[in-house]
Design a protein around this ligand. Structure first.
Ligand code: GLA
Length: 394
């Protein structure tokens, strides 16, 4: 958890006034990867790490923000936030101001300090945590009110327009709506969300951060999305009702194989099979069937590696090492891919040994020291009241 006392201290040292503090979590996706922008199903949970924003209103329209992690300040005018695409964190700040303003909220200027304990670009939604915490903070101190869904969509708009990633809604939705001890089965078409109790018995959700971030991640992401849309378009010529890959079956795909390039075919196969795995995983999780859950996670990794081709050597290695350890039921890359983290289902009794062996073997073979930690399923975004109680935010 972010050190809130330290954040407030830094805020007071820099700006003098006393701030309100808002927190939004990162997330780990248990299964359902690259399905959200195909109107499919995802099964993420919020983690007990995220971004905290300390904020106080200013009498003018200037927004100054200081990042404790980056030791960097950005500044803008909320009445004219700027076009984004600078390639740094100013994009998220400009993007949120602009996306909130166009949803009818008049923002005041503000002094902001923020701190995060989700590593940047690691596939644990550091960006969504920043967008949601900042968005909630800006709206609250401006005396406005934005419903939770609109807050999540504002984050997605910021990514699209100011950052340049055509992402789905999974990350922002989870950061806003998550509930402690639960994963969310989200239907990304209807936005129906079901809280699925995390019945993993004596197992833990363990993250291994490969600590590699490949620069292709965003261009490849947008490319995969285009390939999926092309696949859906081709299928819709033979299935008039088909709107997205969500509506397609593996049988449809096989029948019309000849109209696809191998690349588009593989992308479609991943998405269609991943939707099916995700629904089965949600059932397994709520029934406490950890073995089935683990098996589906591993199948998901194979599909992401072989068909969707968004894994990389380091993630494959982490999965391979994990799967040879005792007490591990499943392992897969999580998030967009091309570096970042894996998610593993590990027996509590084997956790320490898992950390030691995976760290040692990975380091021997890559020269990189991974970061390994267990996570609990946490709550979604909220205001943190220093006394320890929480203010309800709608
Ligand atoms: C990123 C995007 C999400 C989702 C995942 C892949 O995290 O932000 O919308 O597409 O990749 O599942």
């Amino acid at each position: 958890m972010v050190d809130i006392a330290e954040l407030i201290h830094a805020f007071r040292g820099r700006y003098g006034s006393f701030p309100r503090v808002f927190f939004a979590p990162g997330r780990v996706n248990l299964i359902g990867e690259h399905t959200d922008y195909n109107e499919g199903f995802v099964l993420p949970m919020a983690i007990d790490r995220g971004t905290a924003v300390a904020i106080a209103a200013r009498p003018d329209t200037i927004l100054r923000a200081f990042s404790l992690n980056l030791n960097d300040t950005v500044q803008l005018n909320v009445e004219n936030p700027g076009p984004g695409r600078h390639g740094n964190w100013l994009d998220y700040v400009e993007g949120m101001v602009s996306a909130i303003t166009e949803r009818g909220i008049i923002l005041t200027g503000a002094d902001v300090a923020l701190a995060s304990d989700v590593s940047i670009g690691g596939g644990l939604s550091s960006s969504a945590a920043l967008e949601v915490a900042l968005g909630m903070a800006l709206v609250s101190i401006s005396g406005g009110s934005l419903d939770k869904r609109s807050l999540a969509f504002a984050g997605q708009t910021a990514e699209y327009r100011h950052v340049g990633i055509h992402c789905g809604i999974m990350d922002q939705f989870t950061s806003v709506f998550a509930q402690r001890n639960h994963a969310i089965l989200l239907d990304c078409r209807s936005l129906d969300a079901k809280n699925v109790p995390l019945r993993i018995r004596e197992y833990q959700v363990v993250i291994c951060d490969s600590r590699v971030r490949h620069s292709l991640a965003s261009s490849e992401y947008n490319q995969r999305r285009q390939d999926c849309e092309l696949g859906a378009k081709l299928l819709s010529t033979v299935h008039p009702g088909l709107r997205s890959l969500r509506d397609a079956s593996l049988l449809d795909l096989e029948k019309h194989q000849s109209s696809f390039t191998p690349r588009v075919m593989q992308c479609c196969r991943h998405v269609i099979s991943e939707n099916d795995r995700t629904l089965r995983a949600a059932q397994a999780l709520s029934a406490g069937d950890v073995f089935e859950m683990g098996k589906l996670m591993s199948e998901s990794h194979n599909s992401l590696r072989n068909d969707y081709r968004v894994s990389c050597r380091e993630l494959d290695l982490l999965v391979e090492i994990a799967m040879t350890q005792s007490g591990v039921l499943g392992a897969r890359m999580t998030g967009g891919g091309f570096g970042g983290c894996t998610v593993n289902l590990v027996h509590r009794e084997n956790f320490q040994e898992f950390c030691d062996v995976v760290a040692r073997e990975y380091q021997t073979r890559t020269d990189i020291k991974p970061v390994i930690f267990a996570v609990d399923a946490g709550d979604g975004a909220r205001e943190i009241i220093p006394k320890g109680s929480q203010r309800i935010w709608i």
